[in-house]
Design a protein around this ligand. Structure first.
Ligand code: PLP
Length: 379
């Protein structure tokens, strides 16, 4: 089946007792057992819940090449579970402009357990190869990256990883399962902050890991159960409901983003308009190859006139709201230096180019002409 059909029907099973077409919210913490130690299906809600099972089946079907999905209370809870697959002494190579919260978790929470995290520009595959040693166990990849929208060659890195028995993780949050399929490109684990495009309505926080590997899935399932960072049944339900419109939402997000990126390239006020779908993007060819169903809905912009002009621009916008996060139906603008990437050490921010003139626009599903009018009025 095609992905728009899977979005509507993934995890679908009419409910056994009533025939309800949608999966109910099983708001329970525990389940009756027929005899001691003989549960019917589920025994306790941290270990399992039918609403969560339906969500996990749907996510495993939508992320192409996936077989198992394991969901968590947030994207970072999913990240934490993946890091807990590692041992003290292991080395992880991380793309240098990784999501701020991911870098913070690596540096501030896990480095003290003797796991070594090395940040590297993963656009340069030979720079990555040079850092591989006998202790290297994992590559942590994001593409497109946040907030600079660099495109990383996932297939080249998974090929390198396989030569050295290294696990590859791709944080696919920015592309969504519809635009890019890292498992098909050789990745072992795909991570989503379901808070973003998958949730899509800015009303919940969640995370998921998807894999085709039975053994990794079993270990992650154990971490989900034993560490306990699970989504509540209501959130599983909302995510299932959101998945049904993911394909149509993504089409509109990326159509709007393309129209707006093309229009803003003509505006003198911006010194840079970065969108992987524009031929002016330095890795447009790679993006076209890798993001087979479109370029998603995030645009990064640099304003002429420095910090004062940039702040004024963001505060003048009326329809587009100044807020963290992305991937919702409503358009949001974010200032990475002071908001999403404030936790990135200042020196690393400077080398990366996360400066005061940079803004990140998450294009929603409104009419693109209204969004452009808001941007032009603000300029
Ligand atoms: C938001 C985000 C995360 C973290 O997810 P939470 O749901 O906020 O914990 C991880 N990676 C990327 C790319 C994100 O945008």
């Amino acid at each position: 089946m095609q992905c728009d059909t899977i979005c509507v029907h993934g995890g679908d099973k009419p409910e056994l007792v009533t025939g309800a077409v949608t999966t109910p919210i099983f708001q329970t913490s525990t389940y009756v057992q027929d005899a001691p130690g003989k549960p019917r299906v589920y025994d306790y809600a941290r270990a399992g819940n039918p609403t969560r099972t339906a969500l996990e089946e749907a996510l495993a079907a939508i992320e192409q090449g996936g077989k198992h999905a394991i969901t968590f209370a947030s994207g970072l809870a999913a990240t934490q579970a993946i890091v807990q697959l590692l041992d003290s002494g292991d080395r992880v190579l991380v793309c240098e402009d990784v999501y701020g919260g991911t870098g913070r978790m690596f540096d501030k929470l896990f480095a003290k357990y003797g796991i070594e995290f090395i940040f590297v520009d993963m656009r340069n595959v030979s720079a990555v190869a040079e850092l591989v040693n006998a202790k290297t166990r994992m590559f942590w990849i994001e593409s497109p990256t946040n907030p600079l929208l660099h495109v990383i060659d996932i297939a080249a890195l998974t090929a390198l990883a396989k030569q050295h028995d290294i696990l590859t993780v791709v944080d696919n949050t920015f592309a969504s399962p519809l635009c890019q399929s890292p498992l098909q490109l050789g990745a072992d684990l795909v991570l989503h902050s379901t808070t973003k495009y998958i949730g899509g309505h800015s009303d919940l926080v969640g995370g998921a890991v998807i894999t085709a590997d039975d053994h990794l899935a079993e270990r992650l399932k154990f971490l989900q159960f034993a560490a306990g960072a699970v989504n509540a049944p209501i959130e599983c339900y909302l995510l299932l409901r959101s998945l049904k419109t993911l394909a149509v939402r993504m089409q509109k997000h990326q159509h709007n983003a393309m129209m707006i990126a093309q229009a803003l390239e003509q505006e003198q006020a911006f010194s840079a308009v970065v969108y992987p779908g524009l031929p002016s993007h330095p890795q447009h060819a790679l993006a076209s190859q890798q993001m087979v169903n479109g370029f998603s809905g995030i645009i990064s912009l640099r304003l002429r006139g420095g910090k004062a002009a940039t702040y004024k621009f963001m505060q003048n916008l009326k329809l587009i709201k100044l807020a963290e996060s992305l991937g919702g139906v409503e358009s949001l603008i974010n200032h990475p230096e002071t908001m999403t990437h404030a936790s990135v050490p200042a020196a690393r921010r400077k080398t990366l180019g996360i400066t005061s003139d940079l803004v990140r626009l998450s294009v929603g599903i409104e009419n693109h002409a209204d969004l452009l009018a808001d941007i032009r009025a603000s300029l």
